[in-house]
Design a protein around this ligand. Structure first.
Ligand SMILES: [Mg+2]
Length: 342
């Protein structure tokens, strides 16, 4: 295989703010893997919380390059094991490469990745679209952009979380999900869960910091009026079993776990443990979104709106419009870079 690396800065439609900070340009790395006249694509974005920069991702990719370019792709799953060893714990770089090997293997076999995994495009959940933290008038304005979306995810972790949800509820009948990104305490979470239950909130994503004492997670798990979904607490494959003791469900992201290979295994394990299943994303282009969309037939909840929040998308693939996905006509993950990038 031959590896090509694109380093891109993607402007957002509006600045994106969560409980930990704000940004208006997403720095991303898109990889291409070439073999037998086909191209597979993958992507990983910079992320401060997980301590991966554009530079660190590219450095990891360059370390893997000699091994990768000596390989002939047969099975993405078998190659993942080797790539995991060569990328030395950089799950972001590993995820980009694993997306690309899945995309490439599917394009060579002329099947989509979900078909390669014995799945059909059926029972596909709607995706939420995310409102980032802002003033209440600005959050109402954000909401007005998404009038026909059936599910709205609200980023919280402010001093007036309850007021935000109450006011937004006056403007829509959409299902709400809330994500505190680790910003709440135990008592706050339990109180909020009761109020939010009355306001049409479906679940709470990661209320407590991931490193909170186990007893705190247990108290919230036991006393919350709403399901609690692990995001920052569910990073790697081995976290699934641990989370099954303190959470109702898990939010898988390809860059956290290292790509589609571990993500498919995590979803299988989660279902065995009767956990609710969700896949999320970073703000990223259609390359990474189309890869994560291959997991859709296995999900209870989807939060794959990353490219909806971008001013321009450098790729085409699985489409998300007003919460509903359309599969790509291309094989593999279904993605392709637009001409000016390629
Ligand atoms: Mg989250």
């Amino acid at each position: 295989m031959k590896l090509l690396i694109h380093i891109l800065d993607l402007p957002l439609k509006i600045p994106f703010t969560i409980s930990r900070g704000s940004f208006s340009v997403q720095k991303t790395v898109i990889v291409e893997l070439h073999q037998a006249g086909h191209i597979g694509y993958g992507e990983a974005t910079q992320h401060a919380y997980y301590q991966h920069s554009q530079e660190s991702i590219v450095t990891s990719l360059e370390k893997v390059r000699p091994f990768l370019e000596s390989c002939h792709l047969e099975s993405p799953e078998e190659l993942w094991q080797e790539l995991s060893h060569h990328s030395k714990g950089d799950t972001f770089a590993l995820s980009a490469l694993d997306q690309a090997t899945h995309d490439l293997a599917g394009k060579i076999a002329q099947r989509s990745v979900y078909e390669q995994h014995g799945l059909a495009w059926q029972n596909i959940p709607a995706s939420s679209v995310t409102l980032s933290i802002s003033s209440i008038p600005q959050m109402i304005e954000q909401l007005s952009l998404y009038q026909n979306w059936p599910v709205i995810k609200i980023k919280l972790g402010t001093g007036n979380d309850l007021e935000i949800v109450k006011v937004l509820r006056d403007h829509t009948n959409a299902v709400f999900r809330v994500d505190a990104n680790c910003a709440w305490t135990v008592s706050q979470t339990i109180q909020m869960s009761e109020r939010f239950n009355e306001l049409g909130v479906e679940f709470i994503e990661q209320p407590l910091p991931a490193h909170s004492p186990v007893k705190d997670h247990e108290t919230v798990f036991r006393e919350s009026a709403l399901p609690i979904i692990a995001d920052e607490s569910c990073v790697l494959e081995e976290d699934v079993v641990h989370c099954s003791r303190h959470f109702h469900g898990i939010n898988i992201k390809l860059c956290k776990c290292g790509g589609l290979t571990p993500a498919f295994r995590m979803l299988k394990k989660a279902k065995e443990l009767s956990l609710l299943t969700m896949a999320g994303c970073m703000i990223e282009s259609n390359v990474a979104i189309s890869a994560a969309a291959q997991l859709l037939p296995l999900l209870d909840y989807a939060d794959l709106d990353g490219d909806v929040l971008l001013a321009e998308n450098p790729a085409t693939g699985v489409e998300l419009k007003e919460g509903h996905f359309s599969p790509s006509k291309e094989f593999g993950c279904g993605t392709r870079l637009t001409e000016q990038i390629a």
